[in-house]
Design a protein around this ligand. Structure first.
Ligand code: ADP
Ligand code: MG
Ligand code: ZN
Length: 508
């Protein structure tokens, strides 16, 4: 390929005015099991190529697979967390096709008998509304190996001089989660797609079944999209954009495909049913292979594996052991902490929920916990390119430190600006808040005589301001408090100073 013809797109407003999108998302998740789906090979990421293989995952003749029990349990737990029915009996199936990174020439998957089906996942949107994503099925399968195309400029097969294959990934357990077609999303489709993948990721993380790292490929998303003219109920022809590897890309891919389809349809053309490649750099998709619905993989039940029939008691026990769903947990914590929607969203986005929960458990108020974790330390963590929790871990800063800092303020040892200095000392590795306050001599002057002297001096020096306050302009007190602070080199208790000034000027 020498030149790339860019697909035409229609403007966003024109697209959503004329068309209604239909979306279907297929998400592949690599399970975090220690061993592969049908053999005992390890699954460690980044190992020496072809060092984690055996006759089973290399598809050598005569090798017999054995199902990984932990993977099946994980699949059932995922199905339950997605509100699915769990099949009392199901089978694996062979999906036959040739690809160099798939040594058996078939993928062991599930077809018409998935382990979990008919579920749903509620997704919270920015505007506070929720959208219910219906889940068609969640089934088990195995990953393929990885091809590396060498010698070309792009790393793609075109222009490469040779290709290398690494089978370490072949046979790693995957769960594929497929949604039913989502309708009625309208212009919110890109946001809903992103929110769904984000919610699913949180859910899987909470289940502890996968590390769900999109950038390492342990969670991958295919975006199916078609458009219907507004008012029509008949689905259009879909495109399937493969391997979209970040939340932001999911949102952008949906948006791009909507405008691309709209350009074709509004010009009287018809959409080709095909797979598309996503390009992170340009934010566009390009054509892959043409794909018909009737693609024949010659699926048939896997003869080398016995059917799965998880006993009802096992499923019930797995259901009982599910963690609280992330959405429910957030609602519960928001109620308990009295955070506004915006405050909650900020702490969730900053990954502070666990830290704040631990800090409240250590005795801090929810407001103080939020304030200290999302202030200076968040700024520093961000500058280091890391998240607050890991950064705090590196520094040895704990929830107990925040609780202690707040106690220093509520006991009137420190005012707010002193507390900030103490916190900076803690972040600089100078020890606990109390130790920093001691070492830096941070201490409100408790001596009321000194405060009274400073207040009297400041009132005398500012007769006009004092007069205003006497006349009822109470807000002018701020200027005097500032001067009292200065007078006492920052060590005054601002609340006490305010009280004293007001009472001396007849306003208390
Ligand atoms: P395939 O194997 O062809 O990828 P799947 O059944 O695995 O088919 O997945 C198809 C996905 O596409 C599902 O999420 C489904 O909801 C969605 N889908 C089906 N028809 C349409 C359509 N016309 N427009 C958009 N999405 C669709
Ligand atoms: Mg598919
Ligand atoms: Zn193996």
């Amino acid at each position: 390929m020498t030149t790339t013809a860019h697909d035409a797109v229609l403007g966003w407003e024109a697209t959503v005015t004329a068309y209604e999108p239909v979306m279907g998302l297929e998400v592949h998740v690599e399970l975090g099991t220690a061993t592969k789906m049908f053999c005992g090979c390890p699954t460690t990421f980044g190992a020496q190529p072809n060092s984690q293989v055996c006759p089973v995952c290399l598809g050598l003749p005569g090798a017999l697979p054995v199902v990984n029990e932990v993977a099946v349990e994980s699949a059932i737990r995922i199905g339950l967390a997605l509100n699915c029915e769990i099949a009392p009996w199901c089978r694996f199936a062979r999906k036959n096709y040739f690809y160099p990174d798939m040594p058996k020439n078939f993928q062991t998957s599930q077809y018409d008998e998935p382990i979990a089906f008919n579920g749903h996942l509620d997704v919270d949107l920015e505007d506070g509304s929720a959208y219910r994503v219906e889940i068609e099925r969640a089934h088990m399968e195995e990953d393929t190996g990885k091809s590396l195309h060498v010698g070309g400029a792009t790393g793609r097969i075109h222009g490469a001089t040779h290709s290398l294959v690494d089978y370490n990934r072949a046979g790693i357990p995957l769960i594929e989660i497929v949604t039913k077609p989502m309708t009625g999303a309208g212009e919110r489709a890109p946001e809903i797609a992103r929110a769904y993948v984000a919610t699913l990721r949180d859910l899987l993380l909470g289940l502890g079944v996968s590390d769900v790292k999109m950038e390492q490929g342990s969670m991958r998303c295919d975006v199916n999209l078609s458009l219907m003219p507004r008012g029509s109920a008949e689905f259009g022809t879909r495109s399937e954009t493969k391997n979209v590897n970040s939340l932001r890309s999911v949102e952008r891919a949906v948006r791009f495909e909507m405008t691309r389809h709209a350009a074709i349809l509004s010009a009287g053309g018809s959409v080709v049913q095909e797979t598309r490649h996503w390009h992170e750099d340009t934010g566009m998709t390009t054509a892959g292979r043409v794909k018909s619905d009737a693609e024949d993989y010659r699926y048939f039940p896997e003869p080398d594996l016995v059917p799965l029939a998880p006993p009802a008691e096992v499923v019930a026990a797995l259901r009982a052991s599910l963690p609280e769903p992330p959405v429910a947990r957030r609602k519960r914590l928001q109620d308990a902490w009295g955070y506004s929607d915006l405050e909650l969203r900020d702490v969730v986005n900053a990954g502070l929920l666990d830290l704040i929960e631990q800090t409240v458990a250590a005795g801090a108020s929810p407001a103080a916990a939020r304030k200290w974790w999302s202030g200076e330390i968040a700024r520093r963590a961000n500058a280091e390119g890391t998240d607050v929790a890991s950064y705090a871990g590196q520094l040895g800063v704990t929830p107990a430190h925040v609780a202690e800092l707040e106690a220093l303020v509520t006991s009137s040892r420190l005012n707010d600006s002193m507390a900030r200095q103490a916190w900076e000392g803690v972040l600089d590795g100078e020890g606990s808040p109390t130790a920093v306050a001691d070492a830096r001599g941070l201490q409100l002057v408790a001596d009321t005589g000194a405060l009274a002297a400073a207040v009297e001096k400041v009132i005398a020096a500012n007769p006009e301001v004092a007069e205003k306050i006497r006349d009822g302009k109470v807000q002018a007190v701020g200027a005097l408090i500032g001067q009292v602070m200065k007078e006492m080199r920052g060590q005054a208790d601002a609340a006490a100073a305010r009280e004293l000034i007001l009472s001396l000027l007849g306003q208390a």
